[in-house]
Structure formats: structure tokens, C-alpha cells
Design a protein. Structure first.
Length: 255
């Protein structure tokens, strides 16, 4: 697989409870990604649905169909963050997912967040009750093996994590992943920045694995607390985009 390249676009975007507005932002990014010859577009955690479990499942599913259809027409693959509801034995369950589509439109599957956050004072609450835990996935496309993690899956941030750290990036490496997509929605509290960014750099270096990240905006005037861009397999940030405002970028990864 040496010499393979993967061209990835990322969208740092405002993520709101308005599914229609989120959809418009993502559709614009699909067009930009197509113009730049990207293989895949990566969006932040909860980017289509909004980052909350009470979204309208049918509205989100319909928007997902439209986005996936447009991406297929544009020949752009998707690694799209959204909270997504599925019926299982007549019961609706919500998953905090990255849904993956190949550039030809084939649905490759999804990954749902595993290391869900919870209050230290009330363990087992928050995301641990709102979302169903997923299982690790590695996706194969055109000779490249890649995977996705969602926000805290990579960090296990102190103050937000009551489950044991399962070291998910290491497990993905054991499954054969060569590239990691990291869909983030981490807010703007700057006290977390050093931990977030050093954790990503250390994992990239330890695993010799490039990591593409995109974060979500919750306020157009406040900086996010973990940069979007590309971290190379030596642990250095080879592409960093501004921390404020909507940003679109494209990077090329050689394996």
C-alpha cells in the first residue's frame, strides 16, 4: 500500500439545532471538496443533526439522504458526523455517529461514539444514557484502510470521563487502520486545549498514523479549544486552520 494517497477535505462549521441550516453548510462543503478533488469530506461531531439526542430522527434521515445523494453526484466520499436514530425491535435508539460513504455513493457503514461523556458527580448520566455505544470499525476503500473516532473517544478528557480509558486509537491500529478521522465538538473552554492537542499529537506519533480533525463552532466569535487540520505521523501539526469562524481545508496524505 506504500505510495497510496488520500485527499481529505474538512469543514469546521457552526453546528446548531437547525438541521436545514446544518445541511446547507455541508452541501456547500461538498461542492468545495469536489472542486478540490477530495476523496472524502470530514465534518464535525453532530454536524448534520446538531449535537443533541432529541433531534427529529426522520428530519435527520431525510437530510442525510439528500447530502449523501449530492455527494454521490459530486463523486465525493463522506465521513459525516451526526446523531442518528435507528429502530431496533420497534424501539428507537440514538447513536452519535460518523456515517461513511464512498465517492461512488456506496454506504460503507458507520461508527458510533464509544467513550461517551458523563459528569463525575453523577456517573452514568449524560451521553452514557443519551446514546447507544458503538463498536470499532475500520473502513476499506481503494487500498486504504481508515477509521473514525468521535471527540472524547481519542482524549478520555479528565472531568468528563467515568469509564476506563479503552485506548481506542491503539486498538484501531491493531485492526489495520492507516489513517484516522477525528470528528470533534469540544466547545471553547481553553483550559482543555493543551490536553486535547497534545493527546492527538502523542497518539499520531506513537502509532505513526496521520490524524485529520475537524471541530465544531458553538459561537462564531469564540475560538475552539482543539484545532482543526492535519497531524502528521511524526506528531506535528502540518496543517492548522484558524480557530474562529467557519473554515474549509483540504489536505493530501501519502501512505
Amino acid at each position: 500500500m506504500d505510495g497510496k494517497t488520500l485527499r481529505v477535505s474538512g469543514l469546521q462549521m457552526m453546528v446548531s439545532r437547525d438541521v436545514a441550516q446544518n445541511e446547507k453548510r455541508i452541501l456547500r462543503a461538498v461542492e468545495l471538496a469536489a472542486d478540490q478533488g477530495a476523496d472524502f469530506l470530514l465534518t464535525p461531531e453532530g454536524s448534520l443533526s446538531g449535537y443533541y439526542a432529541s433531534s427529529d430522527g426522520q428530519e435527520v434521515a431525510s437530510a442525510m439522504e439528500r447530502v449523501a445523494g449530492r455527494a454521490r453526484e459530486a463523486r465525493v466520499g463522506l465521513a459525516l458526523g451526526t446523531c442518528y436514530k435507528e429502530l431496533e425491535d420497534g424501539i428507537e435508539h440514538c447513536y452519535n455517529q460518523v456515517r461513511v460513504y464512498a465517492p461512488n455513493g456506496d454506504y460503507l457503514g458507520s461508527y458510533a461514539k464509544m467513550l461517551r461523556t458523563s459528569s463525575l458527580n453523577h456517573p452514568g448520566t449524560g451521553e452514557m444514557t443519551e446514546y447507544v455505544e458503538g463498536t470499532l470499525r475500520v473502513f476499506d476503500w481503494n487500498g486504504v484502510r481508515f477509521s473514525a473516532l468521535i471527540c472524547n473517544d481519542l482524549w478520555a478528557t479528565p472531568g468528563y470521563t467515568v469509564m476506563p480509558n479503552p485506548y481506542l486509537p491503539w486498538k484501531l491500529k491493531q485492526l489495520g487502520a492507516q489513517v484516522l478521522f477525528h470528528a470533534v465538538n469540544s466547545g471553547h473552554h481553553q483550559r482543555n486545549r493543551a490536553f486535547h492537542e497534545s493527546s492527538v499529537g502523542l497518539w499520531a506519533y506513537a502509532l505513526k498514523m496521520p490524524i485529520v480533525e475537524v471541530n465544531a463552532l458553538e459561537d462564531s466569535d469564540k475560538p475552539i479549544n482543539a484545532s482543526s487540520g492535519l497531524v502528521g505521523p511524526d506528531g506535528t501539526r502540518t496543517l492548522v486552520v484558524p480557530d474562529v469562524g467557519e473554515q474549509f481545508f483540504t489536505c493530501e496524505i501519502t501512505l
